[in-house]
Design a protein around this ligand. Structure first.
Ligand SMILES: O=C(O)c1cccc(C(=O)CC[C@H]2O[C@@H](n3cnc4c(=O)[nH]cnc43)[C@H](O)[C@@H]2O)c1
Length: 222
């Protein structure tokens, strides 16, 4: 069968945290009955609970956690797009005199959820073709927005592959994983990760990038 005649029927759940993100994505998608876009609230608990409920109500083939995020310096600039190669719960673990101990080190489970590499590559390639600056790498999930250079540096020291941080990715990804559904995190960058400066957040610009990136979803998630 030629590419043109292939029937595409993947059902995709897109999970956002706030309605401004949902509205940007709905605008970008235009009419597409394969995509359901929901608002789950801020943080891992809300995003995991709402995602799990949505997955219990309907069969989906793919889950996307999409929204705005902080970008790490020299990794993902404001206005660009971050696409997760892995979703990492960066503050799930224990502090010790020898540094942070992850769930893996504590032998209590996993704080990393892998993403299908070919989908990441496709998403980045399609985004670049649309003129979006796209960066692939780990996206960290944190319960607290980083607000100091010290925390930003220590996160990059622990996760040199990180490009961005958000507050919901791991919650959405864990719910998808428990339902054996592949997941990806796609985030537009509204601010730099580092010393708190809310005035410098470029939410309008990030929502515009999110809208543009969402217009690619039907092509990437076929
Ligand atoms: O005020 C608005 O108009 C507005 C519009 C869209 C989204 C927001 C949010 O505040 C969303 C909160 C959401 O943003 C993520 N986020 C953004 N930057 C960071 C960061 O540096 N570190 C962690 N999370 C970040 C996060 O996922 C929140 O859920 C406001």
């Amino acid at each position: 069968m030629s590419e043109v005649n292939k029937i595409t029927n993947k059902q995709v759940l897109v999970v956002t945290s706030v309605s401004a993100e949902k509205e940007a994505i709905v605008r970008g998608l235009g009419y597409s009955s394969r995509f359901d876009v929901i608002v789950a609230g801020v943080g891992q608990a809300a995003s995991a609970a709402v995602t799990a409920t949505a997955l219990a109500k309907k069969d989906y083939d793919y889950v996307i956690n999409a929204g705005i995020a902080g970008g790490f310096e020299e990794k993902a600039e404001v206005g660009s797009l971050a696409v997760s190669t892995e979703v990492i719960a960066a503050d799930l673990g224990a502090e010790s005199d020898d540094g942070f101990l992850s769930l893996e080190e504590l032998k209590l489970g996993s704080s990393i959820i892998e993403v299908e590499k070919e989908v990441v590559t496709r998403m980045c390639a399609e985004a670049m073709a649309q003129g979006i600056s796209a960066h692939k790498g780990a996206i960290l999930t944190l319960s607290t927005v980083t607000g100091t250079q010290e925390t930003a540096d220590s996160l990059l020291e622990r996760f040199p592959e990180a490009v961005a941080e958000g507050m919901e990715g791991f919650g959405v990804a864990e719910a998808a994983k428990q339902n054996q559904i592949p997941v990806i995190e796609v985030r537009s960058i509204s601010n730099k990760v580092g010393p708190r400066d809310r005035e410098s957040w470029r939410i309008k610009e990030a929502l515009a990038t999110l809208e543009k990136a969402s217009s690619i979803f039907p092509e990437v998630f076929k």
